[in-house]
Design a protein around this ligand. Structure first.
Ligand code: SF4
Length: 328
């Protein structure tokens, strides 16, 4: 049975006018996320992945485009969204140190979403908060009355996850949830998120620059470059036979553990130069200045997104023949 599509992003554009010019942070992307999926949205710094996530949760209103949740178009601005919708779509930020108010106890922090969303009576909320802490593997007796600055980075992120879960969400945006943490606790947070995803039937949009992490975490992987999606594929197919030259370049440089992984790695591809500024996006394919496989048309025409036989989506002139044009 095909899983229901819970989040649909259609032709999303987010531009920021600045003194230096227009920053084309997100430049016409379409992405569909099915219920129960963990979609890894991967890209280098400046690729637009975090801006995409912030549009989904309503932090930024898109310049144009549409976002639908559970079959209905949703208001793009957080302030205009219904309380119910705000409870269903939650976010865990990259840095728990700045996302948790240091002046408040963990009990006060967890009580905010419960009060705002009218969950439980004042009496019931204490046990709800204890349950939330147990859910993220923190003993409530030990943590409820602590302040964030007295606990470690991993524990702070566990509290931030508990806060996100307080409203019983269905969809959670994970914005680089481990990149600000010590390596020693990153695995613990990932395992916790994956367990919670299974147990609570959550759907995740996982924003990351760490492609190797997605091998074991994501059900689908979407690669962003300069505000556009290059390739979207199921994780297995993605790692077995990457198509887009930028995807192959990223995969060729990630560390692998097993010989089997090594045998599947594309030959090392060294890119030319750095990612250009989103204020000064090159004409044609935005990757053409760095692409080792570019051809004449690449500097002139922006490729369209095409669906391949295995269902993956690729945006590259190399795959324009024999593949259907896709909406994203
Ligand atoms: Fe490279 Fe051309 Fe494909 Fe862009 S469209 S990724 S430049 S081959």
């Amino acid at each position: 049975m095909t899983a229901k599509q819970i989040l649909m992003i259609e032709n999303l554009v987010k531009h920021f006018p600045t003194k230096r010019g227009v920053v084309r942070a997100v430049d016409d992307i379409s992405l569909h996320v099915s219920s129960g999926d963990t979609v890894g949205l991967v890209g280098e710094s400046g690729s637009g992945k975090t801006t995409t996530a912030q549009c989904v949760v309503g932090i930024y209103p898109p310049t144009s485009g549409q976002i639908s949740f559970d079959g209905s178009p949703i208001d793009v601005a957080f302030s205009r969204r219904s309380k119910e919708l705000k409870g269903k779509i939650r976010i865990v930020f990259q840095d728990p140190g700045s996302s948790l108010n240091p002046k408040r106890t963990i009990k006060q922090i967890l009580s905010v979403p419960l009060k705002v969303h009218g969950i439980g009576t004042p009496k019931e909320r204490l046990s709800l908060m204890s349950h939330l802490l147990e859910t993220v593997e923190l003993p409530p007796g030990e943590y409820l009355y602590k302040h964030p600055q007295s606990i470690g980075g991993g524990e702070k992120q566990m509290v931030a996850i508990a806060r996100a879960l307080a409203t019983n969400p269905r969809f959670v945006v994970l914005d680089e949830p481990t990149s600000a943490l010590d390596v020693s606790v990153q695995g613990k947070i990932i395992n916790l998120l994956m367990r919670l995803g299974d147990e609570l039937d959550l759907t995740y949009l996982f924003i990351t620059h760490d492609l190797s992490l997605m091998r074991n975490v994501a059900t689908r992987v979407a690669i962003m470059y300069l505000g556009k999606l290059c390739e979207v594929a199921r994780t297995e197919e993605f790692f077995r036979s990457p198509k887009h030259p930028y995807t192959r370049m990223l995969l060729s440089s990630i560390p692998v553990v097993t010989r089997q992984e090594e045998s599947l790695k594309p030959e090392k591809i060294v890119s030319k130069g750095e990612i250009p500024s989103p204020v000064d996006v090159p004409p044609g394919c935005s990757f053409h200045l760095r692409c080792p496989e570019r051809k004449g048309i690449c500097s002139e025409a922006d490729p369209e997104t095409r669906a391949m036989d295995d269902g993956r989506l690729v945006r590259c002139h190399l795959y324009e023949h024999g593949a259907a044009k896709a909406g994203g």
